[in-house]
Design a protein around this ligand. Structure first.
Ligand code: PBG
Length: 340
């Protein structure tokens, strides 16, 4: 922790903190943090259909056709967004007990990766590694007699990560929270010649109710039903455990780590960054987006201002960047010089 001790304070009227807030120029001069397009990773939902489809619980976000995802990726590149993250909404007919569509080199994610790669030059592609978009029970791993099998799942995740890398993915982001998966994936990457493959570990991922709209978007909520992910995702009551999870993922070969969700876990962001100093990201998840976007839609909040303020909070908490559904909005605001 870098907290500085507070020196003996001059008294009013010598001390007038408002001096530094009197005008835009001075507020900018003393600003401790800033938000830039380089801080943004834009999550995009893709599906195998000709048209885009709205997501009722995420106002302003759609499941995109592959063509539309390519257009979105081009715009992201033009705006200077460093990377996008791809999430598939899988045709229910392709879902199975073991989520084997995750290993199909022609699944919608792999096809999108190839299409985006050939249409862009300077845009990173992040792919999520987990089975939940593909399983008929909506869990991130293999389910047997009511238990999520760890080691058997890890074997599939390794295959999934390799399939995505072969398609041209740049950053693997395992979001499944199985034990040992980062090490297994890293070893497989080295073995298969993917020396430059980056791993951004969803290192401290909580069993959160804020993922609800995402599960609607990828169509896993119907599959999961009343089930929950508390045997693999972390208990929201815990903070020290997040540091142990992050330490493991770093030891196993992660290049970057992520805390998820974001806004309710800014303390974790701060602790992770100040303990390890690794590139640290937060995921401002679907429920966080929808709270703000939904309220803005009703006229209760100013969308641009709350998006900006919420993202700045991650910078203050020490994050190097944020996965956020507001990424394009923010990048457009920056490009147009219209930041609030
Ligand atoms: C899948 C995954 C989830 C999210 C990202 N990857 C959902 C979950 O774990 O149930 C959530 C992202 C969001 O809510 O925006 N393992």
């Amino acid at each position: 922790m870098t907290d500085t001790a507070v020196p003996p304070l001059p008294q009013f009227p010598l001390a007038r903190p408002r001096r530094l807030r009197r005008a835009d120029w001075t507020r900018r001069l003393v600003a401790e943090n800033s938000l830039s397009v380089n801080d943004l990773i834009w999550p995009i939902f893709v599906h195998d259909a000709a048209n885009n489809a709205p997501i009722a619980s995420m106002p302003g976000v759609e499941r995109l056709s592959i063509d539309a995802a390519v257009a979105a990726a081009r715009e992201a590149e033009q705006l200077g967004i460093p990377a996008i993250a791809l999430f598939p909404a899988t045709d229910p007919k392709l879902k199975s007990e073991d989520g084997r569509e995750a290993l199909n080199p022609d699944n919608v994610v792999c096809r999108t990766v190839r299409a985006v790669k050939s249409a862009t030059k300077n845009l990173g592609i992040l792919c999520d590694v987990a089975l939940d978009p593909y399983t008929s029970h909506g869990h991130d791993g293999l389910l047997k007699d009511g238990e999520i099998l760890n080691d058997e799942t890890v074997e599939l995740l390794v295959q999934q990560a390799l399939v995505q890398m072969r398609a041209g993915c740049d950053i693997t982001a395992p979001s499944d929270m199985m034990d040992g998966r980062i090490g297994a994936i890293r070893q497989a990457f080295e073995r298969e010649g993917f020396k430059h493959a980056q791993i951004m570990a969803y290192a401290a991922k909580y069993a959160s109710a804020f993922y609800g709209p995402f599960r609607d978007a990828v169509g896993s909520s119907v599959n999961l039903g009343l089930g929950d992910k508390r045997t693999y995702q972390m208990n929201p009551a815990n903070g020290d455990e997040a540091l142990r999870e992050v330490a493991l993922d770093i030891a196993e070969g992660a290049d970057m780590v992520m805390v998820k969700p974001g806004m309710p876990y800014l303390d974790i962001c701060w602790r992770v960054k100040s303990t390890f100093g690794l590139p640290t990201y937060a995921y401002q998840v679907s429920g966080e987006y929808s709270m703000l976007a939904g309220a803005a839609e009703r006229g209760w909040l100013d969308r641009a201002k709350v998006a900006w303020e919420s993202l700045l909070s991650f910078k203050r908490a020490g994050c190097d960047g944020v996965l956020t559904y507001f990424a394009r909005d923010i990048a457009r605001m920056i490009a147009e010089g219209k930041q609030p």
